[in-house]
Design a protein around this ligand. Structure first.
Ligand SMILES: [Zn+2]
Ligand SMILES: [Zn+2]
Length: 322
């Protein structure tokens, strides 16, 4: 009898152990399934953008074309960096359409069928270029070559100004319409929600520059951009458009930064075709590079705001005139 009881007890114990381990197995299995579902769920979610910087000391410069960051923005950029700001650049076009390609090839090609093979003189080098005779690393420069080389010039210039490539974003558009520019800025606002956005004035003489200012001001009014500055005149507008704008010249807060500006200008002026450096920026707007090298400043446009007395004076003047 005792043996029988012992047998029953052992059997019960064995059964309990079995049930328990099965339960543990089930639980583990359920956990594994849940884990795998979770992983699948996680995998389905889009990867988090690595670009977000929600710092409030961030300044984002909207750069319509390569060279604008040095010819127009280098002074405020360097002053911002000196002021402890983290500066990002957003380049909005790749500059592949520049006529400098024709200058560097020495003649037109099939991209200009009506002028095909017509020679084009380089006023910088005072000769007709010849990619073959001058041993260009790329040979005849195609539109794609130019886009790639210009981008390299841009990255070098940014680096010279103290902006590493991981603070440079490419958000390229082909045409600067109100909608395309707006889309670019709205995308960047998501990446830099607390940044100060800076670009050129809405009254800039260059239409593509002006569009950046127009849209940026609208987004500021709509509350979609928290902070913006659009009082920068492009070097073309300030020094070559023969128009006068009220304002002042912004200069470097630290004179030693002039060397950085010159180094950034050099990135677009280096002529070493055998090694793939063709000074494309310089060939595009030579006088602007020379002008910036000589006089380093950025024109800030200050539109006249009426003071408290002015409206009264105006009224009096109107009455007198009548
Ligand atoms: Zn430009
Ligand atoms: Zn040349």
């Amino acid at each position: 009898m005792k043996k029988f009881l012992m047998l029953i007890l052992a059997g019960t114990l064995l059964l309990t152990a079995c049930v328990l381990s099965y339960q543990i197995f089930l639980d583990t299995d359920r956990q594994a399934v849940a884990d795998s579902l979770q992983t699948k769920k996680k995998r389905k979610q889009p990867p988090k953008p690595t670009w977000i910087d929600n710092g409030s000391n961030v300044v984002v410069y909207l750069v319509p074309h390569q060279d604008d960051e040095v010819l127009t923005f280098s002074v405020p950029i360097l002053n911002d960096i000196r002021g402890g700001k983290k500066v990002y650049l957003v380049l909005m076009s790749d500059g592949r359409g520049t006529f400098a390609r024709t200058v560097l090839n020495g003649k037109f090609d099939q991209k200009n069928p009506h002028k095909k093979a017509k020679p084009f003189y380089c006023r910088l080098h005072k000769r007709y270029h010849d990619p073959q005779k001058e041993h260009y690393l790329h040979g005849w420069l195609t539109i794609e070559d130019v886009a790639e080389i210009r981008l390299r010039e841009f990255y070098h210039a940014a680096e010279a100004l103290g902006i590493p490539s991981n603070q440079v974003r490419l958000n390229m558009i082909e045409h600067f319409t109100y909608d395309t520019v707006r889309q670019v800025i709205l995308q960047e606002v998501k990446n830099f929600p607390n940044a100060v956005f800076k670009s050129m004035s809405p009254i800039d003489s260059h239409k593509e520059h002006a569009m950046c200012g127009i849209v940026l001001n609208d987004l500021l009014r709509e509350g979609k951009v928290k902070q913006a500055e659009t009082h920068f005149a492009s070097i073309f507008t300030d020094r070559f458009s023969h128009k006068k704008f009220p304002g002042y010249k912004m200069r470097l807060t630290h004179q030693e930064d002039a060397a950085k500006v010159r180094k950034a200008l050099k990135a677009y002026m280096t002529w070493n075709p055998e090694h793939g450096e063709y000074a494309i920026g310089y060939h595009s707007v030579p006088s602007q590079f020379i002008s910036m090298e000589r006089r380093i400043y950025t024109k800030i446009i200050q539109e006249k705001r009426p003071t408290e007395q002015e409206p009264v004076k105006k009224q009096v003047a109107t009455v007198k005139a009548e």
